[in-house]
Design a protein around this ligand. Sequence first.
Ligand code: FAD
Length: 365
Amino acid sequence: MLDCIIVGAGPAGRTAADRLAKHRRSVLVVEKASLPRNKPCSDDVSGAIAQGLDFDLTPAISMKANKISYTGKMEDLVQVQINSPMWMVQQDVFDDFLIKQAQKTGAKLRHSTEVKGIEFKNSVWEVKTNSEAVSGRYLIAADGAGGPMTKRLGLKEAKLCLSPSLENRSIKGDSVNFDFGTIKKGFIWSFPQADGYSLSIAAMRGDKPKDIKNILADYATKCGADLSVSNVREHPMSLWEGDRKLHSPNSLLAGDAASLADPLSGDDVIRPAIFSGFKAAKASDRALGGADDAKKPYTPFIAPEWNTDMVWASRLAKAFYQFTGAVYRAGLQFLRTTQLMSKILCGELLYAELANRVFQKLMVF
Ligand SMILES: Cc1cc2nc3c(=O)[nH]c(=O)nc-3n(C[C@H](O)[C@H](O)[C@H](O)COP(=O)(O)OP(=O)(O)OC[C@H]3O[C@@H](n4cnc5c(N)ncnc54)[C@H](O)[C@@H]3O)c2cc1C
């Protein structure tokens, strides 16, 4: 009988496993993919992640981007030097770091093992996989955006936003680029990698256009990419939509399964995945230990810190994606705004603080 079974070995599951093992809990992480997995991701992480980790991430960082540029329909280019560089990681090295760390502290891992069904009976979780059944007292669902566990736990499934991503080795550079307006109610982002660029596109509000992959391919061609050596894949993102229940008896959701992605930038989502991994470990450890407040649900445990900021991100996203072109021309193309946005992307500034600054300026006016 395990203390905790974690479904999914992404950043959220790996972080939760490490923390629980450190609290001497017996933990098993079950992952359907064969590791190292190759998930579509632009692999940008903010320096803010390092604050929470108790090991050095340096070997996983493949490069640091010091420049950020914005365009509106590929015109009106603004490029700024940013004070805190954005870190580009090698996904396999980064993932490997997190899982090795968890294994070192005692967590067990089964990869190439898919969870096929779960049942909660007599306060015990019976988890059926394609190879065997395992039992545990607690369950953490960290199975990513669109994973099956949310529904199996009887929780409300999130709306997904499918995002195609194109890896290309024929273009090189060191600038993080965002283009607004080429796709309606969304944006295109291209992030440098040590060996090329990763270009992704998302419709953040409303329906995904049918020709979304063609829009991305056109953009890539205009950037000089040779499409014959490109690899396009699609993966869902699960954007924050408001307060949601994130727990049910002896179980909870973490990472993308909990829909924590910033609805304005859609970026730096590994940060909340790791943050929720810590929170999930803490909540389940307290519940397993029978702490006095263990019956306090996990949802409010995570909500005050993350949701307050996401409420602001959501308000800004509503206005921004409604009038993308006008907002771009009126604000985003100016240097000061670009610098402030880059601070948010690097986890150095909260939307709530930004809103407060704007409010104070308006009061002085
Ligand atoms: C195109 C794109 C670009 C992105 N770029 C960035 C970026 O630059 N920076 C950033 O911070 N974030 C980015 N993200 C988001 C980031 O990749 C995710 O937020 C992050 O991986 C979430 O981590 P997680 O642990 O919650 O879930 P995941 O990393 O998705 O891991 C979930 C795991 O659960 C496993 N699983 C699912 N079902 C089962 C099952 N039944 N049994 C066993 N295992 C199962 C899956 O195989 C998967 O490995 C991007 C996302 C997309 C789609």
